[in-house]
Design a binder for this molecule. Sequence first.
Ligand code: NAD
Length: 374
Amino acid sequence: MAGRPRSGIVGAGFIGEVHARAVRAAGGVLAAVAGPSAESSAAAATRLLAERAAPSGEELVEADDVDVVHICTPNHLHAPLAERALAAGKHVICEKPLSTDVAGAQRLADLAGAAPVVAAVPFVYRFYPTVRDARGRVRRGDLGSMRLIHGSYLQDWLSRTEDRNWRTDAALGGGSRAFGDIGVHWCDVVEFATGHRITRLVARLMSVPRGADRSGPGTEDAATVLFETDQGALGCVIVSQVSPGRKNRLWFSLDGARASLQFDQELPDSLWVGGREHNILVQRGAESSTDDAARYNIVPVGHPQGYVDCFTAFVADVYAATAGEPPDGLPTFDDGLRAAVITDAVLASAASSGWVTVPRTHINRETSTGPAPR
Ligand SMILES: NC(=O)c1ccc[n+]([C@@H]2O[C@H](COP(=O)([O-])OP(=O)(O)OC[C@H]3O[C@@H](n4cnc5c(N)ncnc54)[C@H](O)[C@@H]3O)[C@@H](O)[C@H]2O)c1
């Protein structure tokens, strides 16, 4: 890939616009945009300042003027578009969930694992400098052995019974809504920060009655999940899209033998560090921050950094990976499969009212002509 990376975006809603900003800020060219019709593509290309409007997502993912395909459509369209893009030899950024079921996510992860391309999933909370700092402190041993991992991801945008979105239709969004939509972000960021893997869990789901005109089978509005990890920690998380006043409260606490760490994405410029003698708020960019955090610290603290900056850092790391320099911590299709497997375990546990083992994931990285580049 010579020159600036050329990105094409399929789906120009909320997150498609965020991707478009990130493409430009990360030094890429927004080559093409596709909506569900030629008319909507044209309007989106004008709004997002793309070089051209693609006639369809299918055309865009195979187009010669696109190096990196961004799939930002409703969930049920991710797998077919991603598979087509991989078959065309494109680098792919596919929004979560990779697929609405585990089999589809496994297939995509295997295809990506056997292809010499970058295949990434925007688990962007990994890109907060304070999250990197939390991970660095855990790795440095500041916390001692990890005992408890707990927290929540709470939103309120579906809290009224008349609230509707394509996500409330399982045919478009998948069998899990609140957990599959935002719970997977929580699990990804805490597994990333701690290095622990959730091995067993028990889940309960809650749904708010939405009236007779609700389309499709119901999906959950909230989930509570109790879990164990491979390194002996116990944890729990509450996920909700019906908690009034909570907007994007992704919060977690990592409680070790010597210290605890707390991150709150609504106040992401500091990390709370708790001890027996005193508690401190470590500011982003503090001298005590670990090296892992410094790479993502782009403006002096006091000038807030946020979610959109995480997206820029993520896309910049994807571009670095396409140039043969994959940065540490880039979330890939392997992580997308992991999210699908945890979501499936949550649904299975809720259905059986019992503990469920979260299976280990395995990616087939063999091509018919031999091992693929790793
Ligand atoms: N990583 C994150 O932090 C994050 C945040 C929000 C959303 N998402 C994911 O992004 C995806 C989109 O979510 P959203 O909030 O932007 O939804 P949205 O409804 O705002 O946007 C979806 C867009 O896709 C378009 N679309 C529908 N069918 C299409 C087709 N066949 N071809 C092209 N475009 C089509 C719609 O017109 C709409 O503009 C979801 O899968 C969601 O899980 C991820």
